[in-house]
Structure formats: C-alpha cells, structure tokens
Design a protein. Structure first.
Length: 279
C-alpha cells in the first residue's frame, strides 16, 4: 500500500473520516448557540426538542446579542444575557405526560447562581436579597418532570426580578392556564421571558435588569395555532393577549422561526387566568 509522508492511504482515510465526524459533531453540538451546564457538548442535540421543529429563537436586534449564551437543561433551554444578567427567553416543550410526571415531584426551593456562566455575567443570590422583588421563574418549577429538572429550574439563569404580587397571583394563574391548555390539547411549545422597554431600565443591586413586562408565548403544533400573554411587571392583574407576530416586534426576537407568518399573525384563543384571592 502506498504511503503519503509516512502515512498509509488507509490510515489517511481513517483520519479524514474521524476529522469529518468531529466537525459534524461540533456543528450539531452548537446548533442554536446552546451549551450545556450539565451534559457534554456532544449531547446538545437533546436540547433541540424544546423548540418547535427543532429551531431555536433568533435574536433580531444586534444590541440584544451582546454577551448572550445559550444554556441547555434537561427540561428547558435558556438564552442568557450577561448584560441584563437574566434570560432573554426560556423554552419548554410540555405534554400531558411531562405534566403528569411533574405533579409527582415535590417542590424544594434551591435558588443558585449559574456556575456555567462567566463570573461577571452571573446574577447572584445577593443581588435579590432585600430587593423587594421575587425571584421569578421563566420556565416554572411546577412544569419540571424530574427532581434534577426542578433543581435546574432554580438556576438564576432562568430567573428575573419579578414584582412579588404579580409573580404570586397573576403570573401563577397564567402558568396554570398554560398547563390547562396542555391538558386539553396534549402538547404545547412554550417560550417565556422578560421585555425591557424604555430608555431607562431599573436594576436590583445596580446589576440585574428589572423587566418592564413578562411574556409567555405558546404554540400548538397540532392545531398550528399560537398566541401570547404579556403582563406589566407591576402589582395588579393587568395583561394582554396578543399574536406572536405583535410580541416579536416588541421583543426583537423571532420566537418561533419555523412558523409561517399566517400562524404568527393569528391569535389563538387563550383561557382566562384564574387568579386566586390574595391572602
């Protein structure tokens, strides 16, 4: 067998094949810019099922892309901003089966800084201490189908400063309404996150941005219907129901890149959140 610079053609072929496999693996692993704090990068294809047609949201405003990093968790995925020190979005794929499993997981609060982020980009527990704001989940702990998934949901990479009354009453009701849709329809893609509007954004501890609004967008892949809730991050029960297209314009994020405009521009009927009385 002929050799090239001391390497047999068979060996060269094997090396080329290995390099090609490595390159393909790297491309797949970093699809959507996602890395994983809990599993190796080579396994990140497991994160794609959180997104409709396996296509992650796309940030359309260059300024929002600064210091962003995608994180892949067991039951949700996050695009984190090191500027706001919050997620820009948190994506889940919910089914009747996953919610049935979640009901068996007892809640245990375990808020923690996200160690996989650069130190300077992390929100810290001390940022939220005595701030007057709740640590508001974007992908809710109550949606998590395993103990590990629930632990991961308490990462501050999945948390925003949220008005306490808003979090515990209105937003809890919107989360409940989302689960109600899943029980009725069988499955749902859900993306939740903050909206920062206006020229002046307040911060807690002069570090973590306080959202002006919080959104939850949902997509039913069977009915091909979508819509979103948007609520001001203040005390009270005010909220809007809108099309995904309208929300995307305000966010500067393409939440569901796989969906045609005809689906995004129509507003799916959403149930009215059942807000419990304040204790």
């Amino acid at each position: 067998m002929k050799k090239i610079s001391g390497v047999s053609l068979r060996s060269a072929s094997v090396i080329v094949s290995l390099l090609a496999s490595l390159i393909i693996s790297l491309i797949v692993s970093f699809a959507g810019g996602l890395i994983s704090p809990t599993i190796s990068n080579a396994q990140n294809t497991s994160c794609l099922h959180h997104f409709a047609e396996q296509k992650a949201p796309i940030i359309t405003k260059p300024a929002l892309q600064t210091k962003t990093l995608g994180l892949c968790f067991e039951a949700f995925a996050v695009m984190h901003s090191g500027v706001s020190r919050t997620p820009l979005w948190s994506a889940e794929y919910l089914t009747r089966a996953s919610l049935r499993a979640a009901r068996e997981v007892q809640r245990e609060d375990n808020f923690h800084a996200e160690a996989s982020l650069p130190q300077e980009d992390q929100a810290q527990l001390s940022d939220y201490a005595h701030s007057g704001f709740d640590r508001g989940h974007m992908s809710p702990a109550a949606d998590m189908p395993t103990v590990q998934a629930q632990i991961e949901s308490f990462s501050l990479a999945n948390i925003v400063p949220q008005n306490r009354q808003n979090n515990q009453l209105l937003w809890a009701a919107i989360e409940g309404a989302t689960r109600h849709i899943v029980q009725q329809r069988g499955e749902l893609y859900v993306i939740t996150g903050p909206l920062f509007e206006g020229e002046q954004i307040n911060r807690i501890n002069n570090r973590v941005f306080i959202p002006t609004h919080i959104f939850k967008a949902v997509y039913d892949p069977q009915a091909k219907e979508a819509a979103a809730w948007l609520a001001p991050n203040v005390e009270g029960n005010a909220y809007q129901v809108m099309s995904v297209a309208e929300l995307e314009k305000r966010l500067h994020i393409n939440l569901f890149p796989a969906l045609p405009d005809s689906v995004k521009s129509r507003t799916m009927e959403l149930p009215e959140p059942r807000i419990r009385s304040k204790r």
